[in-house]
Design a protein around this ligand. Sequence first.
Ligand SMILES: [Zn+2]
Length: 366
Amino acid sequence: MRSALGVMLASAVSVFVIVAVWFWTYSPRAVLAAPDTVSARQAERLPAAASAKSTRALADEVEVTATIAARPSTVAPSTVASSTVKPSAALSSPALPAAPLQPKAACANADALGVSRVVEIDTTGGPGFGFEHFKQLDFLADKEVVLTFDDGPWPGNTPAVLKALADECTKAVFFPIGKHATYHPEILRQVAAAGHTVGAHTWSHANLNSKKMTEQQAKDEVEKGFSAVKLALGAAPSPFFRFPQLQHGPAAMAYLGSRNIATFSCDLDSFDFRAKDAAQIVNTVMTKLDKQGKGIILMHDFQKHTAEALPTLLGRLKAGGYKVVQMRAKAPLQTLVEYDDGLVKDMKLPTVSARALSNVVQTVAQ
Ligand SMILES: [Zn+2]
């Protein structure tokens, strides 16, 4: 009897061991596979799983998140059924993630410039970057640079800039103009899809420090610019802003601070918009950089010469021992619902036609 009990016990232990080994061998795959489809940022926003850190992030965003969440009930059904269905549907999402971060793909270029460091920016209170105007936050080490591009997206030039960056497996910050984003949303989506950081640069590139500019007009330029970028991307932009012509005034700065939007000036202006050719841009940047040793570099993906200069410039940075730092936002910007809605309505004006070109324009004499 006792030996029979022993056999039974031994059998039970064996079954347990087999099940345990099976579980040990197979279950981790399922556990590991799951996070691939869920970005870290989305996970942070789930209140049910709130850790101390995520609670803080939610608290920071609570006011505007509520506005966004309330939006679907305010959207007229005709808006969603329009030709802008894709972006407006994206806008009605209750909790938009930032443009998705790309998984770290292997770089095909073994000798690439790459990204040496990624920094995450907490934009609470609207910090300022770029020593030309803001000297408090000196986060770059010697030989470190941040690549920034304004005024896009633009056909030809922006894709060429993206290619040059991709060839060197490196990343930049883009400050698109709102209007341009509505003209060429597919190009701006390429920028985000390549893993670059996307902020905004006003709606129409107005000088917000002009004497004729009222505070309300300046606010409209800022907010409509960000809403246009969100409409184009179908995802919230980073709360990173650059003033056109680097013209910032105290009222606009205070407003950005109240919206927790970081302001970007620069350390080093390439003056690419007035360069006569690509070589001049490379020389300007490298001369200044070798003197200053580091910095946020201001360029324009809108400019043809910049697109032409970039492969050489990135090569010179690498040869000079410079390292690229990518700046990312800790949390995406929550755009204001009235600007999102206003923009969608503007886009629906009769001038935006869904008719095919051949139905509208016909050659009748040649
Ligand atoms: Zn600009």
